[in-house]
Ligand binder design. Sequence first.
Ligand code: NAD
Length: 442
Amino acid sequence: MKIAIVGSGYVGLVAGACFADTGTQVICVDVDEAKLARLRRGEVPFFEPNLADVVKRNWPKRLDFSSDLARSIQGCDAVFIAVGTPPNEDGSADLSHVLKVAEDIARLTTHDLVLVLKSTVPVGTNERVRNVVRQKTSHRVSVVSNPEFLKEGDAVNDFLKPDRVVIGTDDDAAFAVLHRLYAPFIRRQNRIQRMSPKSAEIVKYASNALLATKVSFINEIAALCDAAGADVEHVRTGVGADARIGYSFLFPGLGFGGSCFPKDLRALVRIGQDLGVSCGLAEAAILANERPVATMLRKMEQRLGTLTDKTVTLWGLSFKPNTDDVRESAALKLIQLLVRAGARVRATDPEALAPAKVQLESSRILNKVELFEDEYVACTGADALVIATEWPEYRNPDFVRIGKVMKGRQIYDGRNILLPESVVQAGFAYFAIGRPDAIPNA
Ligand code: NAD
């Protein structure tokens, strides 16, 4: 089979490489020439574990890269759209890229094909795309909704071993094409769920909204623990032990971020408004997600006094570990607040320094932040250290080295990954999310 995937970002490139890995002929299309040039040199333009290996073993035999949409879609059984759907000012999903690509494909195709909507799009988009397509071609273009559920940091594994493959179509022939493409990934158990395009579109938003709500819920409980003097880590394990609830996405911290949860929650609220349905839970989850970063700053001000001219070191800039994605990262939100409060910031991350630099520059605060490759060098002269992202290498740090270079003796654990007793034993005061403060004896 031959397919094209338009949009070679986190989703498009992972999908393209994984489809190629099963013998499908794949062309990944993008408008970003710099990204394509790197891909053609055999480089993966962002950090995603194991992706480089899959790309390398398929490129150029079964996997190629192009900016020429017309040529790329020639002879394709299916063309996937995996371009971004960023938020508009009002929270709704910006569909301009999706609609433009769909229109171009319809205009350029010289044969019948299946057009697959992989981008996360609001309910009703499939129908909108069908209308756009119908006006541009007389070929039979069947529009299928196939939302993607991979998570950055484990995207290749998620794509190769999906929990489910949702296919929204009422067209049997189009379904058969998708079934054949996905068959190699679901050999052990058929995980394909066929449904209407509208239901498929809603599955994606409902899944992300529920996961984000779990995070906001436990953060609200963490605030309660803070106020009551309880330990949210004990509460979390007590709650998660109930098999009906489970432990996943029940980790308190500085809040969720990334390119999906915040944007998809806001889009869900907008979709509800458009349909006359109040999505109050999603709204509350968005609101609750603002609190942990502000609470952390307040804790620091209580302990350090004014932050003006204080030096704060952050470990972690990406929105979660194992990715270099800094979109809507809690670490960057905290940096904004720290800079506004007059602090000097020193920050580090194993993978996200380059994208963080771009982001800090566009927020015009790069001149207030020093970035370091080495986490211990980053601690030099710091009054406080904040763990902002739970990278594995931050879980058991060398406190002696930290103690030698830091000026102060305060560690703020924004992800509750350290053992309070080991921090205190090393002579540091420990402050976390929803946990009692732990202070060494004077
Ligand atoms: P991304 O920003 O990493 O990649 C999008 C790519 O599309 C970019 O390389 C961009 O240059 C390209 N592009 C934009 N306009 C184009 C055009 N006209 N022609 C060709 N290429 C074009 O985005 P992403 O994170 O891969 O997300 C893509 C979609 O998948 C979004 O709707 C997102 O919500 C959804 N999604 C993302 C994830 C995730 O974890 N990142 C997971 C599931 C679903």
